[in-house]
Design a protein around this ligand. Structure first.
Ligand code: NOJ
Length: 749
């Protein structure tokens, strides 16, 4: 078959129409700035206390104050609170020659003080409105605390659950990841960036950090052009198109070039093809790290390479401030590169309205009023319920009966008020989550007995330290056994300790940590009527649990309102509708495992011998596939129809399907549409998500759901990075998970 194809013009996403009056002001400022002042705008310092990376022991405070006063600092991160931000802003505005305000950055990852579920959990909701609302709440609280720029969303697609940062992204799929990226950008930035309750967002980490080899943090990334363009870049492009104002590069190299010094990514693609006119911040000292990578021999060369490649701001790296002015003066770096970078930074400051009122985010009365208000708690509770995924529910063990039951609640995580906050809780306070124990206590007509069992971690650790998991202290087993013996139902809350996921927290083992598997098996021996509630920030390999435990609920790390969300789902006051944004493996050895894999030349055991693509010790399928998630009701799909069988290049392919709620209660379902492009000049995945809709159906109700496929969704990027749509045969699948077999087909001719 010939593969006639059409090439789609590269679209230039000049995200905001440039405002002529702002452009004029930028030009006039640039014309009076010294080289040192320009470099100052490109210099970002960490604050004086909170740290989210390896800072000098004394925080370099004296130097930072000195530089602030000279106008050599353009931005600070980790300064927070209306009062403290006002204090540093005052120096920038009142003590420096030009009075250029600082832009204040912070990792507002899933909330500021009132925490929403971790981003991976939110992604399991597939509920774009709720996700947007969650980002809005985060922006409202952060902006009230003086912050005007978040280092979120992290839009790194990843297929490796060993990597600790999977908790911070939207999972493994570029299509879902793109839609979620857009929702988060909208939520943070709103319609009006200059409003007091919106903040600039930052798409990170540009690019391919999610493909760190073997899931090991800060590692090499070596991927081909096809994966880069078809899997890694789409959510970044979607964020750019949605008008995001900043990007952050990353610690990883990509095919031998650290991305901080990568012109192809930052200049050619981001600022070239996509027409991005905001600015790029380095990751924490990632400019310096090019020296250790062996890509620059010293700070001077690192500065020169980074600025040439399009890294506009140096985060707590001291490289630009030390080297850049000299490099301009000796002619190694063109001053026009600085003008470009500074122009971008000033543009965002103008758009935020910082020049009109540098203290607009520093109102202590507003801070008091906004942070932690009741509406925010409602929103994060709503998001938490929507994020829960019912993985398994044999014999309808769930929902729990509300009366006459003795419930044994077991597990140290059940009473843990910190772990549900995850590891990105830097502005929130430890011990502020509603625990599952507290949530369950709200249902008073059952008898609830709590037994902690063994500790998960040996001691309380922090964001900066390694977690020491308890592998030896089995105090607590006896009480747990006693509680389980006489219970009607045992609810076990097991999983990862809060600081076991996130940055710097890769794992080689995806099983339940420490003594928890042993605890699960011990309790199963005395009472198998178990509901397993998982608390974790990544897919886990829980094959034993799947084979033995009748009900399993994925409850991630759900933030401040965790306990209420879990209890309401367990008792059926909320019917779960979450779907996995990332594949759960049977064993860590299958990782990377993902639904949109390639068929290979030997996909099946048709000749009944060993010569096919498989492992000899575990089957190819995942434990729980991408898109999987049950409800307390059931859904049936039927009548999958296409409006035609053959389509011309530019015609819309219209797909419809009927979905019926065949159970007894109202429920929500994420209707998912996948395609397979059967023959490609570059081989295509066996399935690719190209549409989804979250619907609600009453018991017995049927709805017809419509999707449209077109050139935006039917094509892909070739190895030259060009988007093409190839003629030929396609399959369309619709259903409630990526393993759906309900299928139709069509031809593009
Ligand atoms: C390093 C992380 O990689 C990045 O995501 C974060 O925004 C910065 N530190 C600042 O805390």
């Amino acid at each position: 078959m010939t593969l006639a194809s059409i090439k789609i013009q590269a679209q230039n996403y000049n995200t905001m129409t440039k405002n002529p009056s702002i452009e004029k002001k930028i030009d006039s400022l640039l014309s009076i700035m010294t080289v040192e002042e320009k470099v100052g705008q490109m210099n970002q310092y960490n604050g004086f206390w909170d740290v989210t990376g390896p800072a000098p022991a004394d925080g370099n405070s004296a130097l930072k104050y000195e530089h602030l006063r000279k106008g050599w600092v353009g931005s600070m991160l980790n300064v927070r609170g209306a009062k403290d931000v006002r204090a540093v802003q005052k120096i920038a505005v009142e003590d420096t020659r030009l009075g250029i305000p600082l832009i204040i950055g912070f990792d507002v990852i899933h909330g500021y003080k009132t925490l929403s579920p971790i981003p991976l959990a939110e992604s399991a909701s597939w509920d774009l409105q709720a996700i947007e609302r969650s980002a809005q709440v985060a922006a409202a609280e952060a902006s009230a605390a003086g912050i005007n720029w978040t280092f979120a969303p992290m839009v790194d697609v990843t297929r490796d659950a060993r990597w600790g940062r999977v908790m911070e992204g939207a999972g493994e799929d570029p299509f879902l990841g793109s839609r979620i990226a857009e929702a988060r950008v909208k939520g943070f930035q709103g319609e009006d960036l200059s409003a007091v309750n919106t903040i600039a967002a930052c798409a990170k980490h540009f690019a391919a950090y999610g493909f760190s080899e073997a899931g090991k943090e800060y590692n090499t990334v070596d991927i081909g052009t096809s994966t880069l363009h078809n899997v890694v870049l789409p959510p970044f492009k979607a964020a750019a198109k949605a008008g995001i104002r900043t990007f952050m590069n990353s610690f990883n190299e990509l095919n031998g070039v650290p991305v901080t010094g990568n012109s192809y990514l930052q200049r050619d693609i981001l600022k070239g093809d996509w027409g991005f006119d905001g600015f790029v911040v380095s990751d924490w000292a990632s400019i310096n790290e090019m020296i250790l990578w062996g890509h620059a021999k010293d700070k001077k060369e690192a500065a020169q390479k980074a600025v040439t490649a399009g890294s506009d701001m140096d985060m707590e790296g001291y490289v630009y401030i030390e080297a850049l002015a000299k490099l301009v003066k000796d002619g190694t770096v063109r001053e026009s590169l600085l003008d470009d970078a500074v122009g971008r930074i000033l543009r965002v400051k103008f758009e935020l309205g910082l020049f009109d009122d540098p203290y607009k985010y520093c109102d202590e009365a507003r801070e008091k009023d906004v942070i932690g208000n009741a509406k925010h708690h409602e929103a994060v509770l709503d998001m938490a319920k929507k994020s829960i995924v019912l993985l398994k529910n044999d014999n309808n063990l769930l929902p729990l009966k509300k009366t006459g039951q003795k419930i044994a609640l077991i597990g140290a995580l059940a009473s843990d008020k910190s772990s549900p906050l995850g590891s990105w809780r830097i502005a929130s306070d430890d011990e502020t989550a509603v625990s599952v124990l507290e949530g369950m206590k709200a249902y008073q007509d059952n008898e609830l007995v709590y037994a902690q069992g063994p500790k998960v971690a040996m001691e309380q650790t922090s964001f900066l330290q390694e977690v020491k998991i308890n592998t030896s202290d089995n105090k607590g087993f006896e009480d747990a056994i006693k509680a389980a013996k006489t219970a009607d139902v045992v609810v076990m809350v097991l999983g990862e300790y809060g600081f076991q996921t996130g940055e710097g927290r890769s794992r080689t083992n995806l099983e339940l940590p420490g003594l928890q598997q042993e605890l699960l098996e011990t309790i199963y021996d005395v009472n198998p009527n178990i509901v397993l509630v998982l608390n974790n920030g990544r897919p886990l390999a829980i094959s034993w649990a799947d084979a033995h435990i009748p009900a399993i609920v994925e409850a991630w790390q759900l933030g401040t309102q965790t306990g209420h969300a879990v209890a309401q789902v367990l008792y059926g006051d909320y019917n779960p509708s979450g779907k996995l944004p990332m594949t759960f493996p049977r064993t860590v050895g299958q990782v990377p495992i993902y639904y949109n894999y390639k068929n290979t030349g030997r996909p099946s055991n048709k000749d009944n011998n060993v010569f096919w693509s498989h492992y000899v010790d575990v089957e190819n399928t995942p434990l729980y596939p991408f898109g999987h998630g049950l409800s307390y009701t059931t859904f049936e799909y039927s009548d999958l129809k296409l409006n035609k069988a053959n389509y011309a290049q530019k015609e819309d392919v219209k797909v419809s399907v009927k979905v019926t709620n065949t159970g007894k209660v109202t429920g929500k379902e994420v209707v998912q549409l996948y395609i397979r492009d059967l023959v490609g000049s570059i081989t295509r995945p066996v399935k690719e998500l190209k549409g989804f809709e979250l619907i609600e159906l009453k018991a017995g109700e049927t709805k017809t759901i419509n999707f449209v496929l077109n050139k935006e969704t039917l094509g892909y990027y070739n190895n030259q990075g060009e988007y093409i749509v190839e003629m030929g045969d396609f399959e369309v699948f619709v259903g409630g998970s990526s393993v759906t077999t309900l299928k139709s087909d069509f031809t593009l001719e």
